[in-house]
Design a protein around this ligand. Structure first.
Ligand code: BGC
Length: 417
């Protein structure tokens, strides 16, 4: 559908701008980085581009996981109004590339040696048909717990190593009158948490089969049912006002000590960083219990469109700045993510960042690095959306039992495939 919608406009745009005007010294960027931590990270990029004489034209569309941003992008592209670049997740990049509207950064990539420094797991989504169509910005990982240290001390908690340990810890918080689990009741947040629950419940092989290979038997299995049971258990620790809450407000509950823990991707750490909180002293980062050794990842990519010639220099400047080693360190320290290149020292990263970098390396080498289904790296957008919808209906009681949830999940994924 995307393809049909876009092909006509791709041709229209390339004819409309064939004149060779002077290069436009402006980067127009569509993104969903609107929280405090995200805005701070984006400022690093704006600053680097300003030094090169590029003005910043911001197109922010709030909403983690980028669903709203992707709706806005579709409208812009359909109107032939391509941004210089757009923040995008995995399979969305490939969809637009297949629709023929992406640019070609291969020359820059060759000059900068990206094929040697960017991990294969990211090249799978930034290179299409032999051409670089996107610049990877970072690697995020979703299977984390973010814990308020003072609350943890108060309740005498220790790192939960298993799902049962986690439940016992949440019980302690509850008994102490603290909200145990900070969650934002939006489908992408619920599904992002469920990614971790499935990895913890079924183990690495199961996660891969179910959420990357979309293996029918795994999706239908008792292990998937047990995963929904575990999710239901977690939801009993959430406060009654969680519906619709933004993810960064849930993080703020942990930062302030109103809640013990949030299960969220490491963009949450960007909020702790922006609030000047230190790992080990103010907060703790642990892998989601039972998932140590595996990493469920996503990566923000700057997808580059086939813009008119006078805007291509801005794209090259943006892509070059994005993948420079100094930016990869400076930006990711603030963003909470880890570098999209394997040759960036971890010196400037805090303890959680250092752990993130080490975990990624180990998972990559050990075959336990998996794309997040909730975050656009497990399967194409239609499947991911079907998944988010079922998980959310279950969390909000529209789907009542785990058996029903499994049936609905299998059906929704089948229909979306
Ligand atoms: C993106 C992160 C972003 C988060 C919350 C994720 O989809 O990958 O960069 O911080 O959404 O907005």
């Amino acid at each position: 559908m995307l393809r049909k919608l876009l092909i006509g406009t791709a041709l229209a745009t390339s004819f409309a701008f064939s004149a060779h005007a002077a290069d436009v010294k402006e980067v127009q960027m569509l993104h969903w980085w609107t929280s405090g931590g995200e805005a701070a990270a984006l400022n690093v990029l704006k600053g680097d581009l300003a030094k090169e004489g590029y003005a910043w034209k911001d197109v922010p569309v709030a909403g983690g996981g980028g669903d709203a941003a992707m709706t806005a992008l579709k409208a812009m592209v359909a109107a032939g109004n391509y941004p210089t670049a757009s923040q995008m997740l995995g399979y969305t990049v490939l969809d637009y590339a297949a629709a023929g509207v992406m640019g070609d950064l291969t020359e820059t990539a060759k000059k900068e040696g990206w094929d040697k420094s960017v991990p294969a797991a990211l090249q799978k989504f930034s290179v299409y048909d032999g051409k670089w169509v996107a610049a990877p910005v970072n690697v995020h990982s979703v299977n984390w717990l973010w814990i308020n240290k003072a609350v943890m001390d108060k309740i005498g908690g220790t790192e939960p190593k298993t799902f049962d340990d986690f439940v016992a810890l949440l019980d302690k918080a509850k008994a102490a009158g603290v909200i145990p689990l900070a969650l934002g009741g939006q489908n992408w947040q619920e599904a992002t948490m469920f990614d971790s629950v499935v990895l913890s419940t079924g183990g690495p092989e199961f996660y891969k089969k179910a959420f990357n290979d979309l293996d029918d038997a795994s999706l239908k299995s008792d292990t998937m049912k047990k995963s929904f049971d575990n999710l239901a258990k977690l939801v009993t620790y959430v406060d009654p006002n969680f519906s619709g809450r933004d993810w960064n407000l849930a993080t703020a509950m942990v930062i302030k000590g109103d809640a013990l823990v949030q299960v969220m991707g490491d963009w949450a750490k960007g909020e702790f960083h922006a609030a000047k909180k230190t790992p080990g002293t103010d907060f703790l980062c642990y892998r989601f219990p039972g998932t140590d050794g595996s990493v469920i990842y996503n990566s923000d990519m700057f997808g580059m469109f086939n813009v008119p010639d006078d805007r291509k220099a801005a794209q090259v400047a943006l892509a070059t700045a994005t993948l420079s080693k100094s930016f990869q360190s400076a930006f990711n320290v603030v963003k909470g993510s880890v570098p999209a290149r394997t040759d960036v020292p971890d010196t400037d990263f805090d303890a959680c960042g250092k752990k993130g970098i080490a975990d990624l390396k180990k998972a990559n080498e050990g075959g336990t690095l998996f794309g997040s289904l909730a975050q656009g790296y497990g399967a194409p957008p239609a499947v991911a959306n079907a998944y988010k919808d079922v998980v959310s209906k279950f969390v909000h009681g529209q789907i009542k039992t785990s058996d029903e949830a499994v049936t609905e999940l299998v059906k929704a994924i089948d229909d979306a495939k």
